[in-house]
Each structure stands twice: as structure tokens, then as C-alpha cells.
Design a protein. Structure first.
Length: 150
């Protein structure tokens, strides 16, 4: 089966995106023990950061950059572990900024997900099991149930 060279139309971000992973970014594959230059290492680091941030599995990332998964985990462990968390924090910051600018939809989303609110309002205060029962309308009436043997 012949390998087909990818075209600009194959870019997942669209033909006008400028390429998510420009070909000059990706060093030649099949180096078997040859060292990468500093520029190639930084390019690989950026590729791994981008792909890890998108939630790509490590197998896919290793195939794209042309190295074994063990090698990827050894040299790019920080990028694989931290990048997704950094991007989530950036998105949370944007959401917070929108809330502070009084974007109603963002405020509602924040309160439902982070504040524990539901459609009917804020959550009820926690109940203290040691507090005495308040009698609202006079004394508390207990219902007596009689069991009758049939």
C-alpha cells in the first residue's frame, strides 16, 4: 500500500489554519539513536504539548512524533502530565472573567457546576443533627399507629 502525502485539505483545523503541525516541525523519523538538535527537541516539545492538551492518547502522540511510547514518556513526562491541566485552568480563568463581566449564562453555569446550585435556587443549608426540633405551629403531633392482629 502506497503512502499518501497529506495535503492542506487533510488538516483537522481546516485548509486555512496554517497547519496544526507544520511538517518542518516534525523531525525525520527512524533516527535510531541519533540525537536531535536543540531546535528539534523544542519543536517536539511543542508538538507533544499541543497534542497532550487536546487529550490525544500517548500512542497517537508517539506515532505522530515518530518515537516509542517509552521514550516519549521518558523525555516528555512533564508535558504529558501537566499540559491538559494548564489548559483547563486557562479555560476556567476565561469563564471566571466572563462571570465578572456579568455574562448571565456563564454565571448560571458557574453556580450550577462550582456552587452546587440547582434550578430551584441555592442549596439548602446543612442540617445539624444535634439541634433541637423547632415547633412551628404549636406542639409537635405524633401519629400513633395501632397494629391489629387479623
Amino acid at each position: 500500500m502506497a503512502k499518501v502525502k497529506p495535503t492542506e485539505d487533510d488538516d483537522p483545523l481546516g485548509p486555512d489554519s496554517g497547519g496544526f503541525l507544520p511538517q518542518e516541525f516534525i523531525p525525520a523519523r527512524g533516527r535510531q539513536g541519533k540525537k536531535y538538535s536543540k531546535e528539534e527537541v523544542e519543536n517536539l516539545r511543542e508538538i507533544v504539548r499541543r497534542l497532550a492538551g487536546l487529550g490525544m492518547p500517548q500512542t497517537t502522540i508517539s506515532e505522530i512524533v515518530g518515537m516509542d511510547e517509552k521514550t516519549l514518556r521518558k523525555y516528555y513526562a512533564h508535558e504529558l502530565r501537566v499540559t491538559a491541566h494548564e489548559l483547563t485552568a486557562m479555560v476556567a480563568g476565561k469563564l471566571f472573567d466572563k462571570c465578572m463581566n456579568e455574562d448571565t449564562a456563564s454565571i448560571i453555569f458557574w453556580l450550577k457546576t462550582r456552587g452546587g446550585w440547582k434550578e430551584d435556587g441555592p442549596p439548602a443549608p446543612p442540617i445539624d443533627p444535634t439541634a433541637p426540633i423547632e415547633e412551628k405551629d404549636g406542639p409537635l403531633n405524633l401519629i400513633e399507629i395501632e397494629f391489629v392482629d387479623a
